[in-house]
Design a protein around this ligand. Structure first.
Ligand code: NAP
Length: 289
């Protein structure tokens, strides 16, 4: 049994922390909005008042907050994780954040003589609920070996991709692909509706052929039900696309498909739908909804 600290108990973190707790680990939790920890605390997790207190009490500290600036605050703030670490600490940031920040956390951890990993996840809210996430890890082998059994509590696949930042780069590659599958899915539905096809039959039929993909299988049915709840917040996907485009710019790789998706998600968020799930992109096709 490991003393695991868990910071960030939103859509993803809540389910992931529950799997760790169900695996028998002792949990120390913190979230900006305390009420989101109520269920876990009811199941035996210990509430901490600050990220610093989490780091003081636990040996492995996992974080999954919203944006890179949230990660920065949680790690480097006055009452942040780094203020509370001790010699046995292992830090694992599961947030989708920037490779640059992952490297900064890794360098600070090294200065303090402790281990750290960046370990963003893919698989959505359902993947988190059902412990079927894919976890992409950046960091050193020794830290990975220690973390792997814990990450498997909520992941179907855990892979060490390379040094610090490599997990975040892999997640960006993942999001570049999703940019294509989300725009493809909503255009498919907008077109099929305009052509007066039965949309459920279209999903069932093309979902069994070469057009089959995760976005279509998971978000197509939600759109047909009019369910735009997150899932995966549109505002978070826009954040990811901006990080991917920024990194691609540094690497001098043109990404016209991801640029188009970023423009569409920017329009969606500017229209007030940033707190909807990513499937709400269909709302830009006004004749559809
Ligand atoms: P979420 O529901 O917004 O969860 C984030 C949680 O972090 C919230 O509960 C938030 O607190 C907390 N938080 C933010 N800043 C904090 C701070 N400074 N101190 C303490 N707690 C803080 O989002 P999510 O869907 O779980 O996503 C979390 C991360 O995973 C994002 O980076 C996202 O891009 C990534 N991700 C999401 C999915 C998905 O399908 N949902 C899939 C893969 C990756 P409040 O409760 O006060 O808002």
């Amino acid at each position: 049994m490991t003393k695991v600290g868990f910071i960030g108990l939103g859509v993803m973190g809540n389910s992931m922390a529950k799997h760790l707790q169900a695996s028998g680990h002792e949990l120390f939790v913190y979230n900006r909005t305390q009420s989101k920890a109520n269920e876990l605390v009811g199941l035996g997790a210990k509430w901490c008042e600050t990220p610093r207190e989490v780091a003081e009490q636990a040996d492995v500290i996992m974080t999954i907050v919203g944006y890179p600036q949230d990660v920065e605050e949680v790690y480097f703030g006055d009452d942040g994780v780094f203020a509370g670490v001790h010699t046995d600490s292992l830090l694992i940031d599961l947030t989708t954040s920037t490779p640059t920040l992952a490297i900064r956390i890794s360098e600070t951890a090294k200065e303090k003589g402790i281990k750290s990993l960046d370990a963003p996840v893919s698989g959505g809210d359902l993947g988190a609920k059902e412990a079927r996430l894919t976890t992409m890890v950046g960091g050193e082998e020794a830290a990975f070996s220690q973390a792997e059994p814990l990450l498997k509590a909520f992941s179907a696949k855990v892979t060490l991709m390379g040094p610090a930042g490599a997990g975040q780069h892999t997640k960006m590659a993942n999001q570049i692909m999703i940019a294509g599958t989300m725009t493809g899915m909503v255009e498919l539905l907008a077109y099929a509706k305009a052509a007066s096809l039965d949309l459920q039959t279209v999903l069932d039929t093309v979902g069994g052929g070469a057009a089959a993909n995760w976005s279509l299988a998971n978000y197509g049915p939600r759109i047909l039900k009019g369910d735009y709840s997150p899932g995966f917040f549109a505002k978070h996907f826009l954040k990811d696309l901006k990080i991917a485009l920024d990194e691609a710019g540094k690497l001098e790789v043109p990404l016209p498909g991801a640029e188009l998706a970023a423009r569409l998600y920017q329009e969606l968020c500017d229209s007030g739908y940033g707190d909807d799930g990513t499937q709400a992109l269909i709302k830009l096709w006004k004749k559809f909804t």
